[in-house]
Structures are given as C-alpha cells and as structure tokens.
Design a protein around this ligand. Structure first.
Ligand code: AMP
Length: 536
C-alpha cells in the first residue's frame, strides 16, 4: 500500500469515532444466522403442524399495556423497560411550559396559547388525552380565553398598553391556572419486554373472540429488557412463543402446548432437555396458600437474606425461586401448593400430568416453580437445557386465564410460552451444532468480452435453478479467479474463455480435487442439479 501523502493529513480533523453496538445488544453475523434461520423455520413448521398460525405484533407498545399485565411491581416494568414519550404529550408539555414562561408578554403568550389549544384539540380528537369532563371544560375555557386575547391583541391600541392592562393580565393568569387542571398522564411507549401482552391486545383489538375458538398463535422477534448483561442474557434478545386464547381450559390444551415445545426441541436435537411443571392454583385457592406461605416465612424471616425478606411482603411466592445457597434448607420445609390446591385445580393438574404421560412427554414435578406474575394460574412450566450455566432456562410458560380480561377484553382462557432463542441457539452451539453459511456453489471464472455475455447468461440460469453463484464483476486472470473461488469456499468453478464460448463446451472444475470436465450448456445444469442437491 502506498503511503498517504502528508498533505492529506489534516491535524485539525480528529479521526472519526469508531462505533460499537451499545451495551447488551449484539450483531448476529453470517456464521451464526444459518442456525437462527433453521431454528425459526423449524418453529414455523412444527407449530404449523399443531394448527398454530403466525402473528406479527409491533415492537413498540403503550407502556400501560405492560404496566397492567406484567405488573407495576415487577423488575421488568419497574426498571427494565426502554420507554419514551410520544410526540403528542411532548407537544402539550412544550406549549404549557411556553405559556408559563411568557406571562409578562401578552403577544407571545397569545401565540403560545394558540399552539397549546391546537395541540389539545388534536390530542382530544385522537384520544391521546383522557376524555374526562375536566379536560373537556379546560380545553373549552382555554379556547375562549385565546379568542378573547386574540381579539384584544388584534386591536393595536390595546397591544401597546397590554403589559399594563389589568384585564389582559387577569385573562393570562386565568389561562395558566386553567391549563394546570389538565388531566394528562405522560403518554409513553416502550420497546416490548415480552409479547404475551401484545398478542392478547391484538386478540381483543381484532375481535378474535369471534373466530372459532381457541385461537392458536405463534410469534418470534426481539424483546428488550434493561437487565445486567451476561452470558445468555442480553438487553435485546429474541423469543419464539405461542399462545392459545379462548375456548376451554381443558387440561388437554396445556398438555398439547407442552408437547409441542418438546416436539420442537426434539426436532432441533436440543440436548439434556428437562421439563419442570407445577400448578400454582387459581384465584380461589392461591391467595389462601400465599397467606399460609407468608405466615410460615415470617417465622423463619431471620434466617433469610434481604431479597427474600422483602418478598415476604411483596410476593411470597417469589421466595420459592430463590437460588441463595443457605436458604435452600429452609425453603424445603415450607408448605407446598400441591397440598392446598382446591379440588378443581387438583383435578386439572392431575389430568395435565396424565395427558403428558399419554403423549410420552417426560416431566419433573417441581413445587417451587412459580411465575411471579399475578395473572398466571394453574399450570406453569419451565424447560432447561445443557451448556447454559446459570441462565439455563430456555423456555417459560403457563396458563393465564385472567389476562385478556385484565386488558379490557371478554373473559378468556389463555395459555402460552416463550422460548429464549438466544439461549436455545447457545445450547445448540455448545453441543456442536453449526450450519455452514450459505456458500457459493459455482464461481464463474470468465475472460474476454464475449465470454462475459455467456457468463451473465450462465449466472442467470444457474441462479434461477437455485444455485448460489458468484460472478466477478470485472475480468480476472484464470489463476486469480480460481484462487478467489477457493477462498470463498465455492464447490465448482465454471471456466468460460474464448475457447469455451466458441466450442459450446464449458469447463467445470471441482475445487475439492481439481478435476475438470467439459459439459454442454444443458448437460451442465443437469450435472449440477444431480451433484449439488444429492450432497446437501
Ligand atoms: P420470560 O419472558 O421472562 O418468561 O422468559 C422466557 C424465556 O426468555 C427465558 O426462559 C429465557 O430463555 C429468555 N429470556 C428472558 N430474558 C432474557 C434475556 N435478557 N436475554 C436472553 N434471554 C432471555
């Protein structure tokens, strides 16, 4: 490489910053994406065989959706969501700030009030501010004051004396105090931390309860949580999930959903998969059990760490989740949900287990498996896999019969799961599963203008037949072309020079052993079809 001339170096221009992906997010490079695609296609196929259809929900959702479903007191909602204000609210806040700071300048004040009234009208129309009586009155009064000020200010004479005009000042003061009455809560959106709530929102929004029930949906895509990054835990991570909404809460549905996840993992040849299941009861029996558990925990409070101590009050079930070493022996002595299920829940759980056995699904009962969120009930399950260290859960799921109602829909049964795709892939990679990146089947080594026209035709026909083709855009010496074909891992080099074009006999070189054979144009395609597809 030649040296950069000294005159091109400008000492005053700093080297542009080299960017890196932000903390906790990452690129998935071509060496990995074939496995990701394979996993996603397999999910599509397997879930399809169980009658699940794909849904794609937005990545941005109203904050309130998760505050209400996942719960305000959970880590996810209280500290891990990426949220931002929506424009309508920003605009109103901007104008309110402006009228506050321009009270001593009636002309500017009236201008900003005009802006505020406009923003409020449009926010009202689009439903972005609450349609309360107070807001209705407030908007109306502000409009009236604006009209009044505008009339006064249109009159030049008044404008000159406006600063000292007590009537105008009184209207300005009124407008400010009226504006303060607006009932607007910050209108924010978040990057979704999970997709169950979104799927339920979509079910309600599109009246899916009118479709034949239950509605079976699957999804995949990125989720966002501001967690502390580590192996298997990212801030942008990917989930593949499914939900069954509506219809009955028959145990056969729970068992089939679990069977489906296991069939998916089986198809992927995921190793050392362990399925844990539990029942956490319903709105009838769980609260009684939670009180019993709380009472038992209070008695051993001193022997627990600070997190568990806090959870005795906030969410005693979560104490059962604890991984703290010296709490394990104490937790083992706590009362268990299974002994306190109401008859309906006990029967439901027994039937789920019987059906899993009928379907040949191996499970382990784990009484400590709880989902921390209020809307979960009855069946919960978790699946762990090999090679993931402390973050070894690849799938979490459960029944959530109350959720759709909580989000403003009709009473609806629901069950679903979410698979952590990043972890699933990690586990597959740990057990040696790699898929080669989409390689080139044929590298076309051409020389000469006449050969280029033939090369273009060959590339088009080979691509149309589904082969991966690399066609160098500029002429290369054959030696260089073959070296490049080798580097790219191409399987064949198609050599097209003047001779080949004139004779119609094309030379195909197998790069692995260096052998060369001549083919006519039509025979070549047949040969490649046979050889490439048979070795896939
Ligand atoms: P959850 O939605 O919390 O029930 O999680 C379901 C699954 O998503 C877990 O079992 C993990 O496999 C995966 N998961 C959750 N959070 C993360 C994260 N921050 N990074 C990677 N995977 C995650």
């Amino acid at each position: 490489m030649s040296e950069v001339p000294a005159t091109d170096k400008s000492p005053s221009q700093p080297k542009p910053r080299k960017f890196q992906a932000i903390k906790g997010v990452r690129d998935l490079l071509p060496a990995e994406t074939p496995l990701w695609n394979h996993v996603e296609h397999t999910a599509h196929d397997v879930f399809g065989t169980f009658g699940f259809a794909e849904i794609r929900v937005p990545i941005i959702e109203p904050t309130e959706l998760f505050a209400r479903s996942v719960g305000l007191e959970t880590d996810i909602v209280s500290k891990e969501m990426y949220s931002f204000e929506l424009q309508a609210f920003q605009e109103i806040r901007h104008f309110v700030g402006k009228i506050m700071s321009s009270q001593s300048d009636p002309l500017r004040f009236t201008g900003w009030l005009h802006g505020l009234v406009g923003a409020l009208r449009s926010a009202w129309r689009s439903g972005r501010i609450e349609h309360s009586e107070v807001n209705r009155q407030t908007v109306k009064l502000l409009e009236e004051i604006y009209d009044w000020l505008y009339q006064k200010i249109a009159d030049d004479k008044v404008l000159r004396t406006a600063i000292v005009n007590p009537e105008i000042q009184a209207h300005i003061t009124d407008a400010v105090s009226i504006a303060m009455r607006l009932e607007i809560s910050p209108d924010t959106a978040v990057l979704r931390p999970e997709a169950t709530a979104s799927v339920c929102r979509a079910y309600i929004e599109h009246n899916m309860q009118q479709l034949p029930q239950p509605v079976k949906l699957h999804y995949s895509g990125p989720m966002f949580r501001r967690e502390r990054p580590q192996k298997g835990r990212y801030r942008q991570f990917y989930q593949i999930g499914a939900e069954v909404l509506g219809g009955k809460d028959a145990p056969g549905i729970d068992a089939e959903v679990i069977e489906m996840v296991m069939a998916f993992f089986d198809k992927l040849e995921l190793r050392d998969v362990q399925l844990d299941i539990n029942s956490i009861g319903c709105r009838e029996c769980r609260p009684k059990y939670v009180e019993l558990l709380r009472a038992a925990l209070v008695k051993v409070k001193d022997q627990l760490g600070p997190d568990s101590q806090r959870r005795i009050e906030t969410n005693p079930l979560r104490v059962l989740d604890s991984k703290v070493e010296n709490e394990q022996a104490i937790i083992a002595t706590l009362p268990r949900m299974a002994a306190h299920l109401c008859p309906a829940c006990a029967e439901h759980f027994a039937e789920v287990k019987r059906q899993l056995e009928l379907r040949g699904v191996i499970y382990k009962e784990n009484w400590r498996l709880v989902r921390g969120l209020d809307y979960y009930m009855r069946t919960t399950f978790e699946i762990t896999a090999k090679g993931l260290g402390s973050q070894n859960a690849v799938c979490g799921g459960g029944r959530y019969d109350g959720l759709v109602e909580l989000l403003g829909g009709p009473p609806t049964k629901g069950i679903g799961f979410a698979i952590g795709e990043d972890r699933l892939i990690l586990s597959l990679q740990e057990s040696g599963k790699m898929l080669p990146p989409q390689g080139r089947d044929v590298y076309i080594a051409w020389m000469g203008e006449k050969a280029f026209a033939t090369a273009l035709r060959a590339a088009r026909d080979l691509r149309a037949a589904g082969f991966g083709v690399e066609l160098p855009p500029t002429e290369q010496k054959f030696g260089k072309a073959l070296a490049q074909a080798d580097k790219l891992g191409a399987r064949y080099a198609l050599i097209l020079g003047e001779d080949e074009v004139t004779s119609g006999d094309w030379t195909l070189k197998t790069l692995a052993d260096g052998s060369q054979t001549k083919y006519s144009e039509s025979n070549l395609l047949d040969h490649l079809r046979k050889n490439i597809t048979s070795s896939l």
